[in-house]
Ligand binder design. Structure first.
Ligand code: PMP
Length: 377
């Protein structure tokens, strides 16, 4: 199996698995228990992991709130901020090409009486800064802006630094869904103004079912607060109750440590592999091939292409026992892609589009083999 669906999930790094194992075996203490070593060991391992995640993102360790993944983090930020600060405003701004966990949450918040603005994007799925600026300076009154950093279907990067600066200037809360960029793109040193960030371990060779939401302590000149999504025993700074999943958190920490250590190397490998892939595709399919994603300002190793008159579902199924590919996001794969629709593609173009997403564990041989296989199909 040639695995080219790394935007859906990635394989667990062997060192991550090794780090997790003791916490599934002998080190099974509940991190919230008191006065005995087994609990303390668990607690220490969690705090170590928190430090590694914080370093990868470039925030303080006590700004990392562990969740079950980005779906939960996205829900938590949008619902939590809109609820807690409802006295300050009711307008939420998202783009039309967000992940379903943002879009569906935004629709829910709209049904509860909030005013939600869905921003248009350009042909590559990027938000236009002018549109946002207009919203701030004319009729809009946003409380929270949430814009995806790197798109999960096309790899396009949004100008997060400029959006953060703009939000800061207008004192508007800013959240970004960074699920796809972490580990492939250095997210540290973003402008002040980015207050909340969502991420997930299984996109960077960590385990599934664990992620984080970053809640900056001070955001737009105030001490940040939000209504918790899950109430209970008060774990995770009162934001997210429930017994902590020590083994998963340890796995996330290890994945973050490796990702940071290898960030430049990973980027170079992915850029090289993507170049090879583009070359081979052009070589074999120039007559019927179009690229939905451009080649700059993007997550390295993620491309979205269309083959004229080819049914994407059929292609993905036909190759399914030899290659893992995707006809869209795994989280909304039953509907035609809202991302490609937002970029202006028609239904026929959407139905002939596939996403190819690489990891640093892919090889040039795999890419050559995949293109040969595709040509034979
Ligand atoms: N946001 C984006 C951009 C994603 O790609 C995904 C995963 N497909 C999610 C959110 C949801 O993440 P999780 O699987 O951790 O819930």
């Amino acid at each position: 199996m040639i695995y080219l669906d790394n935007s859906a999930t990635t394989k667990v790094h062997p060192d991550v698995l090794e780090a997790m194992m003791p916490y599934l075996q002998e080190e099974y203490g509940n991190a919230s228990s008191k006065h005995y070593t087994l609990a303390e060991n668990s607690r220490n391992a969690i705090e170590d992991a928190r430090e590694h995640v914080a370093k990868l993102i470039g925030c303080k360790h006590d700004e990392v709130v562990f969740t079950s993944g980005s779906t939960e983090s996205n829900n938590m930020i949008l619902k939590g901020v809109m609820d807690y600060y409802q006295y300050r405003g009711k307008q939420l701004v998202v783009s039309k090409v967000e992940h379903s966990s943002i879009l569906e949450t935004a629709e829910y918040l709209k049904s509860k009486g909030n005013d939600v603005v869905f921003l248009d994007v350009d042909q590559y799925g990027r938000v236009k800064i002018d549109d946002l600026e207009k919203l701030f300076t004319t009729d809009g009154n946003p409380l929270l802006v949430s814009i995806i950093w790197g798109n999960n279907e096309t790899g396009s990067l949004n100008p997060i630094d400029s959006i953060a600066t703009l939000c800061c200037k207008h004192n508007v809360f800013f959240h970004t869904d960074a699920t796809q960029v972490l580990g492939k793109y250095d997210v540290r040193n973003v402008a002040d103004g980015l207050g909340f960030l969502s991420c997930s371990a299984h996109k960077l060779h960590g385990p599934k079912g664990i992620g984080a939401c970053i809640v900056k302590k001070d955001h737009q000149g105030i001490k940040t607060r939000m209504t918790p999504l899950i109430h209970g025993g008060g774990q995770e700074f009162d934001y997210r109750s429930g017994t902590l999943s020590t083994h998963n958190i340890v796995g996330f920490g290890k994945a973050a440590e490796i990702a940071l250590h290898e960030i430049n190397e990973t980027r170079q490998i992915l850029e090289q592999l993507e170049l090879q892939l583009r070359m081979r595709l052009n070589e074999y399919f120039s007559e019927i091939l179009s690229f939905n994603s451009d080649d700059s300002n993007k997550i390295p190793g993620v491309i979205n292409v269309r083959f004229k008159d080819v049914d994407n579902e059929f292609l993905v199924k036909e190759l399914g026992d030899r290659v893992a590919l995707s006809s869209g996001s795994a989280c909304s794969s039953t509907k035609p892609s809202h991302v490609l629709r937002g970029m202006g593609l028609n239904l026929e173009q959407i139905r002939s589009s596939i996403r190819i997403s690489l990891s640093r564990f892919n090889t040039t041989e795999e890419i050559n083999e995949f293109c040969r296989m595709l040509a034979g199909y």
